[in-house]
Write a protein that binds this ligand. Sequence first.
Ligand code: COA
Length: 331
Amino acid sequence: MVRTEFIATGMYVPERVVTNQELEGYMDTSDEWIRQRSGIEERRWAAEDEGGSDMAKVATERALEAAGMEADEIDCIVLATISPDHFFPGTGVFLQRKLGVTGVPCLDIRNQCTGFLYGLEVADAFIKTGQYRRILLVGTEVHSSGIILSTEGRDTAVLFGDGAGVAILGPTEEDGRGVLGVRTHADGQHAEKLWAPAPACVNKPFITKAMIDEGLTRPFMEGRDVFKHAVTKMPAALNEVLEIGGFSIEDLDMVIPHQANMRIAQAVAKGLGLTDDKMYINIQRYGNTTAASIPIALHECVQEGAIQRGDLVGFTAFGSGFTWGGALVRW
Ligand code: COA
């Protein structure tokens, strides 16, 4: 039986570290408030001319090196982002051009914090059917250009960070290894609970100076509602994929949650009865990097040896849309 395995992972975060103390200089907030409500201590911000495809290029080069592969061995790019380089075309083609792999398909995915898992579901199906053999799966975000550095935008400005994470996926026939299950969900009833109203093609023209002046391009969030849904949907998504494989929580060696908020991760762990050492958290250093958060956490986990070959690894995510999902991988 053919399954999808992770051949290699890679990550890149911009050099610039932005501490909570630095944010205190832009808005009415405090290091204490941010740490207590979210667990975040610092995040990274991309340089002036650094886009999501630039960061993804470096992360990909690192993964290729780890895999001992050349870029032209990639036969498909699946890229998740909510902060594209440009309004169109998709960011995947800019990454493709920078990697020099002209001709392979580039599929952009817009499923916010669940984007990497939506991408994994698609890539897994492509690999199982034999459509592609070396898929580059990317999550990359530049949030620093969308947040508003004032008290008005403080509820979201303190939470989000920039970065990129990638995985190179391919087929394996090794018994019991690889992606055992992926399930994704959405409920558009809640679309406006975490969203950026502009630019918006429902308006003509899709962007005006008034929209910018009103701050409609920044993220708006009903934080408490997002929190409430996240702490129920994330454990449910993990349980769903465990059931597919006939596993239970005790079988898991590591869980990599989307890094939305330390308190969300802790509530999910508590709800599932997971001990702290089985849930990987790095939000302290990067904030919420949306589609990039799971692949960045996965890469760090692998680098630190917190995931070993043969381990059962669970993934769970929740985000804007609302979207949510889970995945289970025998590493
Ligand atoms: N610094 C200081 N004060 C802030 C602030 C900031 N950055 N952001 C909001 N506040 C203020 C609010 O204005 C409010 O003030 P008020 O009581 O005078 O009206 C107060 O802090 C409490 O706000 P509230 O929204 O009730 O706080 P909370 O305890 O719910 O925490 C979040 C806010 C955003 C941290 C929390 O709701 C949360 O974690 N939600 C989920 C967010 C998330 O994970 N989003 C991404 C999902 S993928």
